[in-house]
Write a protein that binds this ligand. Sequence first.
Ligand code: PLP
Length: 363
Amino acid sequence: MEIEALIRPDLAALEPYTPIVPFEALSARLGLPVERIIKLDANENPYGPAPGVREALARYPFYAIYPDPDQTELRAAISGYIGQPTERIICGNGSDEIIDLLMRLFVAPGEAVVEAPPTFGMYSFNTGVVGGRLVQVPRDEAFGVDVEAIAAAVEASRAKLIFLPSPNNPDGSLLPRAAVERLLELPAVLVVDEAYAEFSGQSVADLVGQAPNLVVLRTFSKWAGLAGLRIGYGLVPEPIIRHLWKIKPPYNINMAAHVAALASLAAVDELLANVRRIIAERERVFAALAAMPQVRVYPSAANFLLVRLRNGDGRAVKQALEQRGILIRHYNKPGLQDCIRISIGTPTHNDALLEALSDLLQN
Ligand SMILES: Cc1ncc(COP(=O)(O)O)c(C=O)c1O
């Protein structure tokens, strides 16, 4: 029997998601100890979790017991942080899981999902997994979205979901509030992915509940340094969230993530001080890159910078930096081949990156 013939043909043909190389494997490949690697490739937080997180994780006594499927305590704590009622909050195994749940809830095979590339890869990935049809409305040269083109695409394709991050990954540009308000007039659900909102100081979370079709996604991965523990959440109006609860895996939030998120919310001031450090570094690195004639750097409201190499390919620069123990991201996608994305690290990390990059570009 040909087992592969039993697999859904659309999934058998799906492009695999490009996995990241685990830290330990990379350390072995480069012959460098983990402490010597400067990891600026995945928009993680260089300061890590709040100190209270490690203590809370060590102290928690009930790891043998399943977590609360209703996430009651966690949702109450998030409500205090974000200013939305618990009834509009649902937590996921990273905000990635909320993207997946929204796709499953709304998109039947063949139905359309709209995104504006270049953008975060999970929207196209999850559209593929549910057999949806991806409708792409490209951004302009400065990565701005064409709101009326999106509106036209939604009408023409009868799309059910629109995914737009603010700030956008990979460039860090913001979605103007007026654009959100215009897109909410459409007969589709608008998902504003605010994974990096703490770095931008701008949010439309306050609009959730006022419009029936706005969902906002947030995460603890970036500002709170919990990317490895997987905890994010959606702010979702009641008529939608009722159905999301029905399809959510009951124990999707593991107890370690739950404990760590609560401890982070008890240390918001410390964590936001780290966010301010990262923002200050982003502006310093931006200025240093802007002074390099060989590159163009784009303004960013997130914890990373997109850099276009005026005459060079991103892959070569990525590989040369990797040899020096510095990891950054490069792109194979159309329009981005000559681009690299640099996550903001500590001042020491950023100095090492700037020095290595300037050295490479001059030689
Ligand atoms: C725009 C955007 N949304 C969501 C995520 C994923 O967040 P999480 O770690 O909560 O799944 C990322 C991570 O890089 C991102 O860039």
